[in-house]
Write a protein that binds this ligand. Structure first.
Ligand SMILES: CC(C)(COP(=O)(O)OP(=O)(O)OC[C@H]1O[C@@H](n2cnc3c(N)ncnc32)[C@H](O)[C@@H]1OP(=O)(O)O)[C@@H](O)C(=O)NCCC(=O)NCCS
Length: 178
């Protein structure tokens, strides 16, 4: 998991630009994902995903990429596979998760969900502040994930042992009107 410093708390004057990931971004994305996630793959609920091949969005600040989100849609559920702000606390994560939610709604998804690990205190705060609720704790699930991806570190944020998967969800009710 990447380590970034909390930046000064002044809002960037120019709005972030959010663009869908295109073929021209795949090489950059592949390198970035390897750097952040210690390998090409991430594992959630026993399934390995290669984020660089998934649909998603990149956030730009003055033309420079500052964050990326990838997702996977299955039936009417959208799983957020990765969400990474390359510079934290500047609104990048919020802008990206909003873009994924909007796309999930467009594709008629009723549920958006994600997996994070027990050490990701900042991520748990972030998701809950955006209306996600913990719907399951998969105790010791990372043992299984390490069989697929042995490079998952033993210790994560704040020196906490990475052990459990925490599943969060939000229902994307649409107002249809009468
Ligand atoms: C979790 C993560 C995606 C959040 O992204 P982020 O860009 O740092 O989050 P944001 O800046 O959008 O929002 C975080 C907080 O900063 C605040 N904020 C936003 N812009 C701000 C600014 N310019 N100045 C000060 N605070 C600001 C937001 O209001 C928000 O507070 P809130 O949660 O109380 O509403 C990011 O920290 C990250 O990449 N973490 C590592 C990877 C990870 O854990 N991914 C998710 C799990 S897989």
């Amino acid at each position: 998991m990447q380590t970034t410093e909390r930046a000064a708390s002044s809002k960037s004057s120019a709005p972030l630009e959010i663009k869908p990931i295109g073929d021209e971004h795949r090489e950059w994305l592949n390198a970035k994902m390897k750097e952040i996630w210690s390998g090409r793959f991430v594992v959630t609920r026993g399934v390995a995903y290669e984020p660089a091949t998934l649909p998603g969005f990149i956030a730009y600040d003055k033309g420079k990429p500052v964050g990326v989100a990838t997702y996977h849609i299955n039936d009417d559920e959208c799983e957020l596979i990765t969400l990474d702000a390359l510079s934290q606390w500047h609104g990048v994560g919020t802008a990206l998760i909003d873009a994924v939610e909007e796309e999930a709604r467009k594709q008629a998804c009723s549920r958006m969900w994600m997996i994070t690990t027990n050490d990701n205190i900042d991520g748990l705060r972030f998701y809950q502040r955006r209306g996600y609720v913990m719907c399951a704790v998969h105790i010791n699930a990372i043992d299984q994930s390490r069989k697929i991806k042995p490079t998952i570190p033993l210790v994560g944020n704040y020196g906490i042992e990475i052990r459990d998967e925490i599943e969060l969800e939000k229902y994307l009710w649409c107002w249809i009107g009468w």
